[in-house]
Ligand binder design. Structure first.
Ligand code: GTP
Ligand code: MG
Length: 511
């Protein structure tokens, strides 16, 4: 376990820290009120106390991707970064006395014998107004692998530690520079396959999702307060909080959560892209269509049945939508172990696919193998492609058995490109399920956040049902507490170490 939650420590250690003073303001995001439970005995709120590494450790990494480029950036964060930079960096300017914050300084990085390794631009960003909330130095070197490795080596030799995956962003989260939704949005921005996905991540990076969730949680916390008073003063129970008010408030919050959950589905294809699998009998023209959609000859095409044995995957951008295209081995009976393994891979891909383009050569009637496979497919995710429309023997009635299975059909020629544009439009429509371009400020939770939202919504529904059933108020407060704490897991006020590890593990080193 590498990363620790700011609000969780093993109960054994709790007595040691129960006397700790309230947190320093810079450790907490000012947008997130300090939850009262953070002051309870077995919860810790000061990340530096929990994770001494944050206080003493200085981390470094190459922040730019591996490979050769014009510029490569090395990032250093932590208490000693300025001292390390002072040793490794020799300014070119005679008048330089110290780093001016947020200013680029030209100079050289030196090795331990004083030899110049590279000429660089270095910038100092003092904490807490830096990405991590700590002192940060970024050194812009030439983007060569050997250069960056040499500079990194010098910095490590001066006492910095190599950062783990996502550790800069983890520190930003722990130091209150961002909540967990924003930290996740950093990774989503980096991995966004298209502009639409990038915009959806940007909205979350701005903190809007975190603010929305915090506002919903505060409404529930308020309700929880009223419920506590009602429990403490049973004779005034109804005056303090009527069952109707309890149900109405809970269901209003639940409706807002459910609206966010609808947005998860509506934006899924925009955020994550979609997997479209080309399947069908040998020689149906799958690889020809793959090449036509990619606009280049990626897959081998021959007139020999069984040309594709493995599967190939490539991405295309279909008017702003990221599509992962997979070309699979053609279906036929086979005794060949390699071909059979390829067919099995194809079947697995069809299972996972958002859409299966089921190709049929419609210059002849479809054979049994084709129909056996077709019968097993889920109608909702199949688009039957009647191929080879350029040939004289082509007849759409050969595709009738596929239409009889309620598959949507479309006739094309993968060879001449005829009707490929119409096919692209249909692929886009089918994958999006009619969901148009996302709104500019659309809040689109990711899969983890959606799972947490769904469980909070479920808990609130049970709360409303229990209230209807006149279950005593003191028992209801447990449900409300669970719903509040569940929502806190989205912004990170209460998060387990496992969740933090899973989130920051998805980052690259240097971010
Ligand atoms: N005339 C014509 N020929 C096509 C068309 N599509 C594919 N072909 C031909 O059909 C043969 C098989 O094409 P492929 O694209 O390799 O078919 P496949 O489905 O990938 O075949 P396997 O990999 O063996 O399963 C090749 O000779 C292609 O040139 C088409 O639209 N029109
Ligand atoms: Mg092929």
């Amino acid at each position: 376990m590498r990363y620790a939650s700011p609000f969780f420590i093993p109960p054994k250690a709790a007595p040691l820290i129960s006397h700790l003073p309230p947190p320093h303001p810079t450790f907490l995001n000012p947008h997130i009120p300090i939850p009262s439970f953070a002051f309870q005995e077995n919860l810790l709120y000061n990340p530096h106390m929990l994770d001494p590494k944050l206080a003493n450790d200085t981390i470094t990494a190459i922040a730019t991707p591996p490979g050769d480029g014009g510029v490569g950036i090395i990032r250093i964060s932590g208490v000693n970064c300025r001292a390390i930079a002072a040793k490794v960096f020799r300014p070119a300017s005679q008048s330089f006395t110290d780093f001016t914050p947020y200013r680029l300084h030209y100079g050289h990085v030196l090795d331990n014998e004083g030899r110049e390794l590279d000429d660089v631009l270095a910038a100092f960003m003092p904490g807490p107004n830096s990405y991590t909330g700590e002192d940060v130095i970024e050194i812009n070197c030439h983007g060569g692998r050997a250069i960056l490795a040499a500079v990194l080596e010098e910095i490590l030799a001066l006492g910095a530690r190599l950062a783990e995956r996502g550790e800069f962003t983890y520190r930003a989260f722990m130091n209150g520079r961002m909540d967990l939704t924003q930290a996740e949005a950093v990774a989503e921005m980096i991995h966004a396959p298209t502009k639409a996905a990038m915009h959806l991540a940007q909205v979350k990076l701005s903190g809007l999702l975190g603010e929305k969730i915090s506002a919903l949680r505060l409404r529930l916390e308020h309700l929880r307060g009223l419920l506590t008073v009602a429990v403490d003063f049973p004779e005034d129970e109804i005056d303090c909080l009527s069952p109707d008010t309890l149900i109405t408030t809970s269901s209003e919050v639940r409706t807002e959560i459910d609206t966010l959950l609808v947005a998860v589905d509506r934006t899924r294809a925009w955020r994550e892209g979609a997997l479209v699998v080309l399947a069908g009998r040998v020689n149906a023209g799958k690889s020809s269509l793959m090449n036509a959609l990619l606009g280049r000859n990626r897959a081998i095409v021959t007139d020999q049945p069984g040309t594709t044995r493995d599967y190939l995957e490539e991405s295309i951008n279909l008017d702003g939508l990221n599509i992962r295209l997979a070309d699979t081995a053609g279906i036929r009976k086979t005794d060949d172990a390699i071909e059979a393994a390829g067919l099995e891979m194809g079947r697995e891909l069809m299972e996972k696919a958002d859409l299966v383009l089921f190709l049929a050569d419609c210059t002849a009637p479809l054979n049994d193998d084709t129909m056996i496979t077709a019968n097993k497919l889920d109608t909702k995710k199949v688009l039957a492609v009647l191929n080879k429309s350029d040939l004289p023997g082509f007849d759409t009635t050969h595709g009738a058995p596929l239409a009889d299975l309620n598959f949507e059909t479309i006739a094309i020629s993968a060879k001449t490109g005829s009707d490929i544009d119409t096919l692209c439009a249909r692929i886009r429509d089918r994958v999006l399920h009619g969901a148009g371009q996302p709104d500019p400020d659309e809040l689109a939770p990711n899969a983890r956040q959606a799972a947490v939202l769904a469980s909070a919504s479920e808990e609130l529904l049970l709360l409303e049902q229990d209230t209807e059933a006149e279950i005593p108020y003191d028992l209801l407060s447990v449900r409300l507490e669970t719903a509040c704490n569940t929502l806190s897991g989205i912004t990170g006020e209460i998060t387990s170490n496992e969740i933090l590890n899973a989130i920051f593990d998805s980052f690259c080193i240097g971010k």
